[in-house]
Design a protein. Sequence first.
Length: 137
Amino acid sequence: MSSPTPRLIELPKIYDPRGSLTFVEGERHVPFRIRRVFVLYDVPEDAERGGHALKTCDQFLVAVSGGLDVHVDDGRNKRTFRLDRPNCGLHLPPLFWRELSRFAAQTVCLALASEPYSETGYLRTYEAFLAAVGPKA
């Protein structure tokens, strides 16, 4: 059910005079069953996060508040996505190197994952990532 490349996914947005509401459902709005949820916050504006790839885990990132850049790399091509709306998230399939930067003040990033946390599920060096994805075409 996983898509082969990172992509932005629009989430439902329900308008109401009292405010807006956005929701996300696993296997409906994101292409995987949600097994873990975590939140990035209090990240200094000049800090960088990520710097890893996941071997088999899908993730979905949403800037619930503020904004950030997500740089993705498949070992051949690089692309940057700006997340700055709570009704639009980024699906990251496995085996994509990711780096997060340019955090706006007060950014809150919600992350949904297809697997529980396991340190062995990470590729922590770029060299290990390149070895896992194979030689460049």
